[in-house]
Design a binder for this molecule. Structure first.
Ligand code: NAD
Ligand code: DAO
Ligand code: ZN
Ligand code: ZN
Length: 369
């Protein structure tokens, strides 16, 4: 079938809106009509060429919501008409990772997903007879996409797809990192570095966890109003101060924070986020994705003296099991999605969403098809 899609033909170039061909779903696969998709910093990262796994030409996008159109052979858990959120972290429920009880990083389709292919090693997308690659197993920048059954969370048909699509990445990642990775407890002091969609979601999670103090840090002061609205108690622009930010935070918080979250992808900030943690117990969670080849540094004594460095992918959330419940939380108003949606645009104007992000003017632009 034909599908309107925003295709990344090459790194560093704007997406092109073209009509691609989408092949029917094979065994274990599902054809989904995407109604809405957010644009996340990770899409921009891949498009920039900094992503070591970036493959072109590809249909990017991983923060979508849509409706099942057709299911392939053997698909039992979904049927046409079901509403779904595509998952870049699948949940097969059977692999060593799924069964470990220790991680959400299902590996069932990981190898092919990382190569821009479906699990059988081929692509369902083409343009003018040439293959177009998938992205993160989701490719939500196409009106029609094909996704493995195990990479789809079935959600309430009453949920507004134009909002809950954000649970496909940003909001879930931030909130999940607070509850599943850090396990922030009531009264804790938290520092959040980077106040984009991820950082604001961390703030929301910290408020849910009843953190006592939430320090929000960004070099763009335009982000502070929303951070305060989400529940930040202190906002700090590192550019307003001469001293290293970690020193300042340690002083402001009587020895350091209980938890910090890096939501930027900057390895220097990752160091600051670790070093602003309290001696003996402070934990720093890396969420941001750094450029290819980047490395983190600190003095080992920071760890010897009790600080902990962790990472979090998709907030440690198991998508098929947990996302439907988070959608219900959003419908009850327990997860706020509206503040994240600063812009909405039609697919044809998707490049403007990247410009808004790069200019620091948006949190999330939701694209409609
Ligand atoms: P974003 O671009 O919307 O937000 C980043 C924020 O960081 C901006 O507000 C920017 O002003 C701020 N910033 C930049 N440099 C800074 C500095 N030196 N000090 C303080 N603030 C600074 O991005 P986003 O969509 O919120 O994504 C954030 C990061 O999280 C990205 O690296 C993205 O790839 C990553 N991410 C990770 C996961 C995961 O599962 N681990 C999921 C989604 C996104
Ligand atoms: O299993 O090896 C693996 C990786 C799974 C993907 C995790 C991605 C998390 C970071 C990328 C940001 C997503 C938007
Ligand atoms: Zn994302
Ligand atoms: Zn699995």
């Amino acid at each position: 079938m034909k599908s309107r899609a925003a295709v990344a033909f090459a790194a560093g170039q704007p997406l092109e809106i073209v009509e691609i061909d989408v092949a029917p779903p094979k065994a274990g696969e599902v054809l989904v009509k995407i109604t809405h998709t957010g644009v996340c910093h990770t899409d921009a990262f891949t498009l920039s060429g900094d992503d070591p796994e970036g493959i072109f030409p590809a249909v990017l996008g991983h923060e979508g919501g849509g409706i099942v159109v057709e299911v392939g052979e053997g698909v039992t858990s979904l049927q046409p008409g079901d509403h779904v959120i595509p998952l870049y972290t699948a949940e097969c429920g059977k692999c060593k990772f799924c069964l470990s009880g220790k991680t959400n990083l299902c590996q069932a389709v990981r190898a092919t997903q990382g190569k821009g292919l479906m699990p059988d090693g081929t692509t369902r997308f083409s343009y003018q007879g040439k293959p177009i690659y998938h992205y993160m197993g989701t490719s939500t920048f196409s009106e029609y996409t094909v996704v493995p059954e195990i990479s789809l969370a079935k959600i309430d048909t009453q949920a507004p797809l134009e909002k809950v699509c954000l649970l496909g990445c940003g909001v879930t990642t931030g909130i999940g990192a607070v509850h599943n990775t850090a396990k922030v407890e009531p009264g804790a002091t938290v520092a959040v570095f980077g106040l984009g969609g991820i950082g604001l979601a961390v703030i929301q999670g910290a408020v849910q966890a009843k953190a006592g103090r939430i320090l929000a840090i960004d070099t763009n002061p335009a982000k502070f109003e929303l951070a305060r609205d989400m529940g930040a108690t202190d906002v700090i622009n590192p550019k307003d101060h001469q001293r290293p930010i970690q020193e300042m935070i340690v002083e402001l918080t009587d020895g350091g924070v209980d938890y910090s979250f890096e939501c930027i992808g900057n390895v220097d900030v990752m160091r600051a986020a670790l070093e602003c943690c309290h001696k003996g117990w402070g934990e720093s969670i890396i969420i941001g994705v750094a450029g290819a080849g980047k490395e983190i540094h600190t003095r080992p004594f920071q760890l010897v003296t009790g600080r902990v460095w962790r990472g979090s992918a998709f907030g440690g959330v198991k998508g098929r099991t947990q996302l439907p419940g988070m959608v219900q939380q959003a419908m009850r108003g327990e997860i706020r999605l509206d503040p994240f949606i600063t812009h909405t645009l039609p697919l044809e104007r998707i490049n403007e969403a990247f410009d808004l992000m790069h200019d620091g003017k948006s949190i999330r632009t939701v694209i409609h098809f």
